[in-house]
Design a protein around this ligand. Structure first.
Ligand SMILES: Nc1nc2c(c(=O)[nH]1)N[C@H]1C(S)=C(S)[C@@H](COP(=O)(O)O)O[C@H]1N2
Ligand SMILES: [Mo]
Length: 172
């Protein structure tokens, strides 16, 4: 499964990235502001839950840890709901997002992302199944409880570790 719904084409002059929920102060970046944050390149293999992998993917973008330099989560805000265009969501423990190689990517393979792969911005969480890597990402909501996002409500695992084959939630 590559994505649910249609490929959005956001207007960059209206685009923003918001951090809200259990944080000391909500934060909002415009596209230009977000792109002014320090960026890195990471080369990683990624794994889709349906069995395919892409080896040595080369992503470029803003590290999650860089974003967190501007965010003060409340102590109870240990989980994050990632929000993307058209209401898509995916849930992760903050701890997984704090891995060094988690980035908000705007480029892959030395080129700007194409719209179908998440332009203008997608999350990349290389150590979890690729459905956690939300395309067309727009914000982060800090929460106290780990509640299921879009695919997770449809039966996918709450965490999705490929090395433990965490594909489907055990209650199904
Ligand atoms: N916004 C959004 N992001 C999403 C999805 C989606 O349905 N909506 N699907 C996920 C799934 S299941 C996969 S496998 C990857 C596919 O990314 P790709 O199209 O770049 O290969 O995007 C993930 N990110
Ligand atoms: Mo997927």
């Amino acid at each position: 499964m590559l994505h649910y719904g249609s490929v959005p084409s956001p207007d960059l002059s209206q685009w923003d990235f918001r951090v809200f929920g259990l944080v000391e102060e909500p934060v909002r970046w415009t596209y230009e502001e977000f792109m002014a944050l320090p960026r890195v390149r990471v080369e990683r293999d990624i794994h889709c839950v349906t069995g395919w992998s892409k080896l040595d993917m080369d992503f470029e973008g803003v590290p999650f840890r860089e974003v967190m330099k501007h965010v003060r989560p409340r102590p109870e805000g240990r989980f994050v709901m990632v929000h993307a265009e058209q209401g898509f969501t995916t849930n992760l423990p903050l701890e997984d997002l704090l891995a060094e190689d988690v980035i908000f990517a705007h480029r892959a393979g030395g080129r700007d992302l194409t719209p179908e792969h998440g332009w203008p911005l997608r999350l990349v969480v290389p150590h979890l199944y690729f459905w956690k890597s939300a395309k067309w990402v727009r914000g982060l909501e800090f929460r106290e409880k780990d509640e299921p996002g879009f695919w997770e409500q449809n039966g996918y695992h709450m965490r999705g570790d490929p090395w433990q084959s965490q594909r489907l939630s055990t209650s199904l």
